[in-house]
Every structure is written in C-alpha cells, then in structure tokens.
Write a protein that binds this ligand. Sequence first.
Ligand SMILES: [Zn+2]
Ligand SMILES: [Zn+2]
Length: 381
Amino acid sequence: MAKRDYYEVLGVQRDVDAKVLKNAFRSLARKYHPDKNDSPDADENFKEIQEAFAVLSNSEKRQVYDRYGHEPPGGSPFGSSGFSGFNMDFDDIFSGNLGDLFGSFFGGSSRRRHSGSRGNDILLRHIVPFQSIFDGSEEEVEIDLPTACEDCEGSGAMDPDALSTCRDCGGRGQVTVREQMGPFINQSTRSCSSCSGRGQLIDEECEFCDGHGKIQKEQKLRFNVPKGASDGTRLRMRGSGEPAPLGRGEAGDLYIELRIEDHPWFERDGADLLMSLPLGYPDLALGRTVSIPHFDGNDLEIKIPAGARSGQTLEIAARGLPDARSRGRGNIIVLLKMYVPKKLSRAVKKSLEALRNDLSLDDAKTLDEVRNDADERRNNH
Ligand SMILES: [Zn+2]
Ligand SMILES: [Zn+2]
C-alpha cells in the first residue's frame, strides 16, 4: 500500500498552524488509541497518526517533508528501518508537552522518557489457537517475571542506611562531559558509569537479591483474547513490567503479543476469510452443495451453481470472524478451483476420451475464449 500523505492522515490543510495540528492529532489519537479501539487496524492507524504528527510537529522536518515528501535526500528521518511507533499512554495524548514526547524521535536520542526512573517494558509472546479469536478466550499463563525484591523493597541494599550518594555524579545519575573540539566546546551529558545512572551506590548488598533489587518470581497472568484479534496484537498490562531501578519510580509495562495459529484452510483478511475449494469438472458443470465443518459450530454449506467456473469466487455472508467495528461478522470468500486427479484408470480415460469433443474447445473456439477472457480481465480492472 502506498504511504499516505501526512496531512491527509491527520485530515488537515497543508498550511495549518501548530495548534490546529495538535488538536487534529489529539482527536484522532483519542479515536485510535489501542486502549480505546479494539478494531484490528487500530494499532496500524495509531502508528500512522503518530508518524505523521512526529514529522509535521517538528518545523524543520515539516519543511523537509513539504519539499520532498516521503523520500527526502538522506532517507527517512526515522532511520533506515522507518518509523516503528511507540507506546503512548492514553493520558499522554492530552499532556501539555506533546512536543517533547515526539521531539525525541529525531537525532538518535533515547525514545523513552522516564529513562532511569522507570523499569523496562517486557514483551511476552503468547500463541493462541485460531478458535480463540472466534470465541474470545480467557487465557491464564504462569511465568517467571522480575519483581521487586521484598526484602529490600527493590533498593538492592541490605537496609536503607546501606545506600550512599554516588560521588561521581553527585546523585544525579548523569555526568556532563566537556570536550574541546577545535574552536568549540562540545558539552554532552551521559549516564554515570559508576552508579549505572542510579545516582546511588549500594554499600552492602541485600542478601536475598544480591543487590539486583529484583528477583524472578512465578506469576499468574490472566487476560482476554479479544474476539477477532489480529496476529501480533499487543495487550498491555500496565505496571506489570520490570520494577523501577532502586525501587523508585514506576514499573515498566508488560506487553503480551498474541500470535494466532493458522487455520488449516482459511486465510484471514481482517474479519473476512478466504479459502479455496477444489471441485471436479462434473461438480462445476452440474452444480453441487459441499458441506464442511465450521468453527462456529454449524457446518458451512457451500452451494456451487451449475456452470460454475474454476477461478470464480462465491461469498458466504456473515460467517467469518467477529468484526469489532461493525459488531457483525466478516464474510467467507470461496475460490473455486478445478480438481484434476493425478492418475486416471483406463476405464475413466476411455470415458473421458469419448466426452472430449463435447467438453473441449476446438482451435477456433479456443481463440474466441482467449479473447473473451482477456476482455473480462480488463473490464474487471
Ligand atoms: Zn533485595
Ligand atoms: Zn553516579
């Protein structure tokens, strides 16, 4: 799919000011935030809005975009792999400093805000059977996860007195380095290596967690697989990620990425399902009803009309997957294919030979059909 124009994505004119842009972003983000919108495309839509806003809210990047579009000299401003989206709390949409949040995308700086005071996010992959996305199953997983050590409340120190302020950074966790580069003084800030950016040193380590402040502990996670969820959907469990360093600050989030097992014969297209059905020539020519078991509990009756053609599709309405947006169900699209046995008995061969003239095209008719087929193809495009 072609990449959409950023202004179009945000639904604004090309000359809008920063305020209108921000409002447009907010109202779309509110609509597509994955916490509020469980449609299968919400994640993708949300990412698209984020990307558009990241570029257009940065006056420098916006100028470049206005001039060169999606392919500026030097490549994507997000680096070679492009924009990957980021996890934004619903509340963040309304925060005053949207600019700060988005500004950090460019120039290779850290993408995480609260770095240092916030624990890391954890991503778990969880495989569910295809049936789960029809029924919407409830899952329970037992897994070892890092949790704050109860003995030291996550500080990693034997007791509160066993912590001291790091002298190298004065407890700030960051050090400023000045370097003379020709006529310039280059000043940069980086995480203090003595205390790993924590600002404090542990004099005596907690015996229970060896100073790590966290231990692996088995936890039971319960979550629901949303009906019609798409492969790769991420469910967020806020605050269930890694605890914050030193036990201060928020814990990270835990994401559960759903992997959905393939169905033995359906391919998904959102809530619609595609399958192909091989049929012998007599079934195509004379018509037939094929009945196959279906995940909704009722057999799927596929009525093949007489004179059906290989390559033709039939649509069975509302027997696909639940569609979160319409609250209905998607359709099933059946592609008819001609089944030709690999081996034929002598008797069948003989019967077929007898029918060949009646069922086949001679050279002149073949050319007519070739023309008809070409016309049909063109008219369908
Ligand atoms: Zn401990
Ligand atoms: Zn330090």
